[in-house]
Design a protein around this ligand. Structure first.
Ligand code: ASP
Ligand code: MG
Length: 415
């Protein structure tokens, strides 16, 4: 039997009526001849509530017990989904992570898959079970403790099962009907994409288009799992939603596929850093150790020409890491490993990025982007590019305007 993986997010299983609605979608696929692996999230809001309870016990809680508690939301929905399917005369049973077993590392709250052996579930399919309902987000460590994969992790569970079982596709049912050219709340010209390449989705996912957990897209790309994002609140068929797939499957792609943004960015500049070989390592080493996720980096030309004595170093990081970044730099200065005159922090910036695999073979994307921003009088503070992406930092108050202008400039409303 061909295998299909269907994942239902928190809003899709938020109450019994919605679980029933999701079960109906499962039933349809069973009737089409699939053995179905259903991955469920916790009911919406449940995981937050569980996290809150754990944090209420102590700020220095035991991460193993955190996982024991927060993984429980998925256990409830897995059981309820199996019961609902049984009511529809579909042979189904639930699986918690340890029962499969979903073997993971013991990095609690951010565990990674080690292996997902097929035997137990395959044996049940062979017995006549049609559906395996698996609790997402969780696994078991070599020490036999329950683990979780990090927030949003059930997307990654779904992709891992699709890879392990050679599934025809991995359908991610959620509360939006697909992946859009940009956030529809920012411009009503945003258009749903029929297909998007893994690499583009990876850029969009990590840039703040919060449809899929980034790790799930990485995993799908590595194992070439065809991923589909679609709504559980609409009637759907084989062509619904957005297919995230290999770029070979996309016949004609535009140069730019989407415009992403990230609101909570900060820009930090170290002024008059004493320049010498090893200075970048002396700055970014301590930042990494402090857990600061540095994104863009700009080093200015040194004052005084070749081998000059001073330079300015600018980098960006999430707003909520500014305090940590400042502390790390002050410490490094106090320890004498770097010297600089001053540190300037701008916490009111946003990052806007245009993404598209077509950029590899087309020139002029940067020029179009900068022209569009210039014509709206939006000043660019930092620029960074990669093979399929150009990102800029701008004042946050212009974020919506910039997204709209770029969406227009690249003609994204038209298919
Ligand atoms: N329930 C977990 C969370 O809210 C995992 C998931 O839904 O993907 O993060
Ligand atoms: Mg999610």
């Amino acid at each position: 039997m061909p295998v299909l993986v269907m994942k239902f997010g928190g809003t899709s299983v938020a109450d019994l009526a919605r679980i029933k609605n999701a079960a109906q979608k499962v039933k349809r696929e069973v009737e089409r001849g699939y053995d179905v692996i259903v991955i469920v999230s916790a009911m919406s809001g449940k995981t937050n509530e569980l996290v809150g309870w754990v944090e209420g016990t102590s700020p220095l809680y035991d991460a193993r017990e955190y996982d024991a508690v927060v993984s429980s939301g998925e256990n409830v929905t897995a059981g309820l989904m199996a019961l609902t399917l049984q009511e529809m005369d579909i042979p189904a049973r639930s699986w918690q992570g340890w029962q499969v077993p979903i073997n993971t590392t013991s990095a609690h709250a951010s565990a990674r898959f080690v292996s997902i052996p097929r035997e137990n579930i395959d044996a049940k399919f062979a017995e006549g079970f049609k559906v395996a309902v698996v609790a997402g987000f969780q696994g078991v460590s070599a020490e036999g403790r329950i683990t979780t994969l990090g927030r949003g992790g059930s997307d990654t569970t779904a992709v891992a099962f699709a890879a392990a079982f050679g599934a025809e596709r991995c359908d991610i049912y959620t509360d939006v009907d697909g992946v859009y050219t940009t956030d529809p709340r920012i411009t009503n010209k945003a258009r749903k994409l029929d297909k998007i390449a893994f690499e583009e989705m990876l850029e969009l996912a990590s840039l703040g288009a919060k449809v899929l957990q980034t790790r799930s897209v990485e995993l799908a790309m590595r194992y070439k799992v065809r991923l589909r994002v679609l709504s559980s609140f609409e009637d759907t068929d084989e062509n619904s939603g957005t297919l995230v797939c290999d770029e070979d499957e996309i016949m004609e792609s535009k140069v730019v596929s989407g415009v992403a943004y990230s609101r909570d960015e900060a820009k930090l500049t170290l002024l008059r850093v004493a320049d010498r070989p090893g200075i970048a390592a002396a700055i970014f080493g301590p930042l990494a150790e402090a857990g600061v996720n540095v994104d863009m980096i700009v080093q200015n030309i040194s004052e005084g020409g070749e081998g000059g004595a001073f330079t300015d170093m600018t980098f960006s990081c999430p707003t909520n890491q500014v305090i940590r970044a400042k502390a790390a730099m002050d410490e490094a200065k106090a320890a004498g490993s770097i010297t600089f005159d001053d540190m300037v922090v701008d916490s009111d910036v946003a990052k806007i990025s245009v993404v598209g695999i077509g950029m590899r073979s087309h020139a002029g994307v940067a020029a179009t982007m900068f022209k569009a921003l210039a014509s709206e009088n939006v000043n660019i503070k930092v620029i960074a590019t990669s093979e399929i992406k150009i990102s800029v930092l701008i004042d946050r108050k212009y974020m919506e305007l910039a997204v709209q202008a770029l969406h227009d400039a690249f003609g994204l409303e038209k298919a």
